[in-house]
Design a protein around this ligand. Sequence first.
Ligand code: M6R
Length: 606
Amino acid sequence: MCGIVGYAGDRDCTEVLLDSLTKLEYRGYDSAGIAVFENGKITVEKSKGELKNLRKKIEENYKPEGHCGIGHTRWATHGEPSDINSHPHGSKRVSIVHNGIIENYKDIKKFLARKGYTFESETDTETVAKLLDYYYHGDPIDAIIKTLADVRGAYALGILFKDYPDCIFSVRKDSPLIIGVGENENFIASDVPAILQYTRKYYLLEENEIATIKADRVEFCDIHRQELIKEVQESNLDMDAAEKGGYEHFMLKEIHEQTNAVKTTIAPRIVNGMPDLSECGLSIEKLKKYRKLFIVACGTAMHAGMVGKYVIEKLARTEVTVDIASEFRYRDPIIEKEDLVIVISQSGETADTKAALHLAHDRGAKVLAVVNVKGSSIAREADMVLYTHAGPEISVASTKAFSVQMSVMYLLAFEMAYAKGHIDEAECKRLTAALTDIPEKIEQTMQCEKKCKYVASKLITATSLLYIGRGLDYALSMEGSLKLKEISYIHSESYAAGELKHGTISLVEDGMPVISVATQSDLMEKMVSNIVEVKSRGAFTITVCKEGTEFSDGIMDEIIEVPALEDVLMPMLTVIPLQLVAYYTTVLKGLNVDKPRNLAKSVTVE
Ligand code: M6R
């Protein structure tokens, strides 16, 4: 979603803003803009489309020369992507960039119109800029406090006031923002990668804290103007991790990083051969007592939650409900105090997942967050956090985050099963050892890459396809289908294989690709019957299965084999070919793999 940057220091501000915005491109955007102080005047440049359009416009027309300014990549919500709707927005005296959504912007707009204000854009952001202008009588903090009292919604704001030409003001609620701290230069940014080339030090801005940023100092106060003293954080993010490192795309690099990501996520949580999640306060005693688990997440993270459900219910005999966060928050779920709500999120900033966390807290339940980004909002607000150690995931299509999320689900299932007495220590150790071997098996699974590329070449002309599976394989078919459709733009649906006959099979016609995931021994016969059903209706059948699985002649058009593990662990391997098939289909179609249209990496609005 929208990316914010800001700079105050001696460097060429325009260059810093453009460079930093490049580092936020992964968030997804459809226009960009900057505002720079130049001889006491705010100069704004903006452009629809990719950042290179803005850069070109600046190079060809006019480059603002200054040392303090703000920049933005916009992911359209209110109003189409256009030059006019791009940020910054403002008046002669105020210029702002915004990430989030102002829910009551229509009321504010009406109010301001009555006061004589006019509006150029269709955005909610412009109303905030004009409201700041309305309240501004020489004191920026006063104007910000009065504006915050009127607006409802989510925001991270970078603000320039014309009378303060060396200063950026910032405030946030429900949208992320950090303040980068350099040597005689300071920054604002939506995310750490934007500032990493300049500094590793930063402040985390908390809800409704107001920051005043100058080259030589950063000051904080609350909405009652009380001064705040904050601690500087240090990022240990690997700079190279945010680069492609020789791979053609981030997605392919991240697929290959899964071996290490899983290793790094599970290794510190295994003590004497047993899973140990006590680092976050999840003791055996606590695990024993939970009556029911709710797993809440969005997209790929929700699919990891589905894997968690199957495994926890099977091994720990504890009821698990999995919910899409945007449904959970509005369905009035029955949560008791002795239930545990688990939220899973790579970014830790997903608006719906965050809202689910708030709902769980309102109902008195404790929340465990499984999060990849350190210090993210969800990590900070949850009662317990288990960090996944995937490193930065840049590609919009989530790959390595899924594997590490699943591996945490396995550790949880094993420890809970042991805590509740459903497996003994020996069995728990055996399962844990099998999980420890997974990184090596993932590496072996990568050998199917060539085959996946070949299979992808058969899919590029398809307009629609189906993914089917049963049990754990159904969860994986959902993930495979999401991966393919989000980047290749080929319509696909995932179906529980047994449900096909209840309607969807009527879609199957000559040549329609049907990808089945078939790794669960106890469901194999049924699964094969379902595959035969689609084959006999003309489907082009592709199956992901364990090495050595035998099928009768003529059922499968293409088989992608992965190393054989015990059934319960198979999702850790079957996901690899599903990711690779989606990747290569998209590459062969010549599409933008890492930044698919209309999508954002971190979905910070509802
Ligand atoms: O950051 P999160 O894990 O909370 O994000 C959740 C989804 O937005 C995300 O998994 C999305 O579905 C990906 N594009 C899938 O590849």
